[in-house]
Design a protein around this ligand. Structure first.
Ligand SMILES: [Zn+2]
Length: 429
């Protein structure tokens, strides 16, 4: 993948100072616990999750004003509970902005970035104690917001959604509701980037040049039939989420975001989860970006001093330049995908004969943007694509390589060199 100069220029607009202001503002609401206040008086006083929600909405609306109303700002509200961590029925609201694609056909395709704006301290039921949540997850919320501000100044054939959800700390409630809605409404959601704890926590062993990208191998949404095929073909490392992770790695090499993605072929960290899982459950490709190293004195802790150690998720531990770099990597990924053609459809590998070549067929990428296709391949033991060959504007090609020895994929390319997500073929007899 090569950098698009227009996208590279836009990335320069992403600002650590603005992101710091947004994180500080989110912290100023005291607590953003999903169960905290959302009545009009508390909203007016700037305290609790209701105030945070209204402020995020007003910021999205301000960005939209600056681009001639190009963003559609929406609320997705519903009542949840009672449940394990929700003692009484509680209104949960996701806030999002839609940058609709400029091309009628391609506008149906959606890429999405999300962070959770709710927070918690040591006690998931403490509705009034401070829960600054500067890193977890004001940082990810700030990524969605800054991507919206900067990318809304550009036009893309595909649609981008900038999402901030609540209820994550109570059980992924907001994202679950949103992902179900996307599934029920038949959205063509190509990718979900979940940023959760991307504040670059300033601890001694932090690597400020690396962001981890967690992604599931065998999809949670795979049917038994899918699992049989995955087992038979060695497809454990080719879920949609892993192809998305590889795409992010590719973007990380094409653009100098300031931070390098480190792929982790695993759903999430031990004992922890996140909103990407809600999207995986509905069958969507979704990954989690997170700090290289977490300091467990900070997240999910009451703010306090104990034995000379400062506990709590405070702004002073956030590296705002790191957050800026992570936002750049997100924006470059969203822009690359929204600018690219749709992936080719019905990609097949012909397997009816025993032969040492490999014949691939596919349908032209829908939407009309593709002007060529590339075949990618790698050794079955390699984590990332190793080779790419331009095969022209065709829908069938034969590679002089044994299909038994490598993993193939096909991706679409437009005249400016934007690449779609690659599609691994299904065997066809
Ligand atoms: Zn979180």
């Amino acid at each position: 993948m090569a950098a698009d100069p227009k996208i590279a220029a836009a990335l320069q607009q992403i600002s650590a100072q603005r992101m710091q202001a947004n994180i500080d503002k989110l912290v100023s609401f005291g607590t953003r616990l999903t169960l905290s206040a959302e009545d009009p008086a508390s909203i007016a006083a700037g305290h609790g999750i209701g105030a945070a929600r209204e402020w995020i909405k007003s910021e999205f609306e301000r960005y939209s004003k600056d681009c001639g109303g190009c963003l559609e700002v929406k609320m997705d509200s519903f009542t949840e509970g009672p449940a394990d961590r929700i003692p009484k029925p509680t209104e949960i609201t996701n806030v999002y902005a839609v940058l609709k694609g400029s091309d009628l056909e391609n506008a149906k395709r959606i890429v999405l970035v999300t962070g959770h704006y709710d927070s918690r301290n040591s006690d998931t039921f403490d509705v009034s104690g401070d829960a600054p949540g500067a890193n977890d997850d004001a940082s990810g919320t700030a990524v969605s917001m800054e991507c919206a501000r900067v990318l809304s100044k550009m036009k893309f054939p595909g649609t981008i959604i900038f999402l901030t959800v609540a209820g994550e700390e109570q059980g992924l409630n907001g994202s679950r509701h949103f992902a179900k809605m996307a599934k029920e409404q038949g959205w063509d959601l190509e990718a979900v980037l979940n940023n959760d704890i991307v504040g670059g926590d300033k601890s001694a062993e932090q690597d400020h040049g690396v962001v981890r990208v967690f992604s599931e191998g065998v999809p949670i949404a795979a049917t038994e039939q899918d699992v049989r095929r995955i087992r038979g073909l060695g497809g454990e490392s080719d879920s949609g989420s892993l192809e998305l992770a590889r795409y992010i790695a590719d973007v990380g090499r094409a653009y100098d975001a300031g931070v390098k993605p480190m792929l982790v072929f695993r759903l999430d960290r031990y004992l922890r989860g996140g909103d990407h899982y809600s999207f995986n459950q509905q069958g969507f490709s979704a990954v989690r970006l997170t700090d290289f190293r977490e300091d467990f004195h900070h997240q999910h802790q009451n703010v306090r001093m104990e034995n000379g150690i400062q506990y709590g998720d405070l702004p002073k531990f956030v590296d705002y330049y790191y957050v800026e770099h992570v936002a750049r990597l997100n924006a470059a990924t969203l822009a690359s995908m929204a600018a690219a053609p749709a992936p080719p459809a019905n990609v097949h590998l012909l397997t009816k004969d025993l032969e040492n070549d490999a014949t691939l067929t596919w349908d032209a990428a829908p939407g009309g943007l593709a002007t060529a296709y590339e075949v990618l391949w790698r050794a079955t033991t390699s984590p990332e694509w190793e080779y790419a060959q331009d095969v022209g504007n065709v829908t069938r090609t034969t590679m002089k390589l044994s299909k038994d020895n490598v993993i193939f994929a096909v991706r679409a390319v437009d005249r400016s060199g934007h690449r779609s997500l690659p599609v691994v073929p299904t065997p066809e007899r």
